[in-house]
Design a protein around this ligand. Structure first.
Ligand SMILES: Cc1cc2nc3c(=O)[nH]c(=O)nc-3n(C[C@H](O)[C@H](O)[C@H](O)COP(=O)(O)OP(=O)(O)OC[C@H]3O[C@@H](n4cnc5c(N)ncnc54)[C@H](O)[C@@H]3O)c2cc1C
Ligand SMILES: [Zn+2]
Length: 613
């Protein structure tokens, strides 16, 4: 009799957690290494699950791959650890089937490990486990559909043994990339999974609700390995509920949803497995069920469109000036408001508000942006960094901006904390700038990161950063192309200080139809020029600019005038080639950026309009 033949006829009980059980026993190191150093402890756990009623157990090899073992410096022991894991489980198994388990590597951070590295590490573990003649392969805790699809394809080519493919959900019925569970199961079935199912992250309640939306698969069997509950922090440790009675009831519901392989994931213990086993004793599997309508099919309506056209449309059609005026570093905003009003009067298209630029805290750009918008009818463009907010904070921030009707955003990585006022502060970087652009684009489709409907579509016009102050402009342009692919509507550059460089940027980007605002930052003194030249990564001033500023180093008024005059020459160069100019106001000296705005508008009157971007 094989595992699949058994599943045709009956419900099989699987085992529960290994990792969290060891953790609850005080183990805080690499769980899989215990296959070598404490094999009896692992064997006792397998036996406890079998005594509790498990017909199917899994090897203690969930994280025994190159990538995860490397965190403990154990990457050269992949072979020994997997061999030992398989042998211990087989020794404990008696009548039970032994699945060789291979856990997912990516969690929600797609870019962390490349698909090539994942393939390599998967193949290595797979061959070892197959070589040890396990009864089947268990793929578990895959948040990333691309990852499990890729490795399932590899596994299916390598073996005819049963493969169980378990994904982990982000929300009820929905995977991280927004795919509905029914669709995910279909794909896994088509790629040859014999059993498809769910494990980890959610407890029985959310898994049952998820399965309610999924038909019983045609060709494969359904598995479910819920966590015991949501975890709680108690005295610094994660603790799950000891809810065995609840597991008895839940087991009945899993059966009603068509599950045939039922076990547990994090937080479950032999007592949970005993509860499931008792609840289902002698009960046949269900073959038919009524499928509930998918909850996330709520129609998504567009939010009220903003009256002003988005910036990327404006700059496609006409010359456009946007000006950065940073929120103050100290409390009190009267000078800031004065500056904003002066720039508004000068006729700029948007005022851009940095997000703690140079990694130093400033008054929240949303706070000052709200005042500008609601009290002065201005159009704030909000910079958003990935540095200061985790995924939860970013989504909340975006929903807040939409609610306030602020649709202009610039998605950037953010300057590193090291350069700012608090060099020890944590930098979050849950998302890269690419991911953030992609997330905002997805918001425009009305879908959150997890694939959950937002109830409305947002109208964000998405700017992205372009840093041409790099050694290889080609590479920077490749990043632009990638940002466009992720959904960037237009670009804003770092300040440029060299006419020749502006031409280079044009030559390298003229194949793109995405508009670019060229950054111009007026220098304010010779020291300011020296600092930028020598200390700001990537930025180099031309010799002539350094000389010009140095010549007026004794006279602050003349230095400011010289800075403005240099900025005008740079504007002249940019004006020839680009529709968009992005002026950066130094140290809240808005009179400088007002003067430059007036200069651009005067040029505009004097020259014939040309449509270039
Ligand atoms: C218009 C504009 C506004 C900004 N506003 C803010 C702000 O409000 N707050 C703030 O903290 N920071 C701000 N920044 C700074 C920005 O976050 C940093 O310059 C950051 O290092 C790059 O951001 P990015 O979004 O361009 O990142 P990415 O293009 O995603 O770059 C990320 C990383 O890759 C590196 N990189 C970029 N290009 C290349 C290349 N060609 N080759 C190799 N490596 C490369 C970068 O150095 C960076 O470490 C702004 C930058 C610009 C251009
Ligand atoms: Zn788990």
């Amino acid at each position: 009799m094989g595992l699949l033949e058994d599943l045709k006829k009956k419900i099989l009980i699987a085992d529960g957690a290994m990792g969290t059980l060891l953790y609850s026993h005080g183990v805080d190191s690499c769980f899989e290494e215990l296959n070598l150093s404490k094999s009896e402890q692992i064997q006792l756990i397998h036996e406890a699950y079998i005594n509790a009623g498990a017909n199917v157990i899994q090897t203690n090899t969930y994280g025994a791959n190159y990538q995860k073992l490397a965190r403990y410096g154990l990457e050269d022991q992949v072979k020994e650890i997997n061999i030992a894991g398989a042998r211990i489980a087989k020794k404990a198994a008696s009548q039970a089937y032994v699945l060789g388990t291979i856990g997912g590597i990516r969690s929600f951070r797609k870019s962390a490990v490349s698909i090539e590295e994942i393939k390599r590490s998967f193949r290595e573990q797979l061959y070892i486990l197959l070589n040890e003649e396990v009864d089947g392969i268990l793929l578990e805790t895959y948040y990333d559909l691309e990852e499990i699809r890729t490795i399932l394809e590899i596994a299916r080519k390598e073996t005819n043994k049963p493969i169980v493919a378990n994904v982990s959900l982000h929300e009820i019925g929905i995977l991280q990339d927004g795919t509905h569970l029914t669709e995910a199961f279909n794909q896994l079935e088509q790629l040859g999974a014999d059993v498809v199912g769910l494990n980890c992250r959610l407890g029985p309640y959310h898994m049952i609700r998820s399965l309610e939306e999924v038909p019983i698969p045609n060709k494969s069997f359904l598995s479910v390995y819920p966590n015991a509950s949501l975890p709680e922090y108690v005295e610094g440790r994660l603790v799950y509920e000891k809810n065995t009675k609840y597991f008895e009831e839940s087991a009945q519901h899993f059966r009603e949803q068509g599950a045939r392989l039922i076990g547990g994931c994090c937080g479950t213990t032999p007592l949970h497995i005993e509860a499931i086993s008792n609840a289902l004793k002698g009960l046949p599997p269900i073959t038919n069920k009524v499928v509930k309508k998918q909850e996330h099919e709520i129609s998504v309506k567009s939010a009220d469109p903003n009256n002003a056209p988005p910036i990327h449309e404006i700059v496609k059609q006409k010359r456009s000036v946007i000006v950065e005026l940073d929120p103050p570093k100290r409390l009190g905003i009267s000078k800031f408001i004065e500056g904003a009003k002066a720039l508004q009067q000068a006729g700029i298209d948007a005022i851009t508000l940095a997000d703690n630029s140079l990694a130093s805290p400033r008054i929240s750009n949303v706070a000052v942006g709200t005042i500008l918008k609601t009290q002065y009818n201005m159009n704030p463009l909000i910079h958003i960094t990935c540095r200061d907010r985790n995924l939860i904070g970013l989504q909340s921030h975006l929903m807040g901006l939409h609610t306030l009707g602020m649709n202009e955003v610039l998605a950037v990585t953010g300057d590193p904390s090291k350069i700012g006022d608090f060099p020890g502060a944590t930098s979050v970087y849950d998302l890269s700038s690419f991911d953030l652009i992609g997330l905002i684009k997805q918001f425009n489709e009305g879908i959150s990161y997890s694939g959950k409907p937002l109830g409305q579509k947002t109208n964000f016009s998405i700017a992205a950063a372009f840093n041409p102050n790099v050694r290889h402009l080609d590479k920077a342009v490749k990043r632009l192309e990638k940002k466009i692919a992720y959904g960037a509507d237009y670009f804003i550059t770092q300040p440029l200080f060299n006419e020749k460089q502006i031409e280079d940027v044009y030559e390298h980007t003229k194949h793109l139809s995405t508009p670019i605002y060229v950054g111009i930052m007026p220098l304010t003194s010779a020291r300011n020029a020296e600092f930028i030249h020598h200390e700001v990564p990537g930025i180099k001033l031309s010799d002539s600019i350094l000389d010009r500023m140095s010549a007026v180093s004794d006279n602050p008024i003349m230095a400011q005038q010289e800075g403005i005059s240099i900025a005008k020459s740079l504007i002249d160069a940019a004006y020839e080639l680009f529709n968009g100019i992005y002026l950066i106001t130094p140290f809240l000296r808005y009179e400088i950026t007002v003067e430059l705005t007036n200069y651009i508008h005067a040029k505009q009157l004097a020259t014939t309009e040309r449509k270039v971007y």
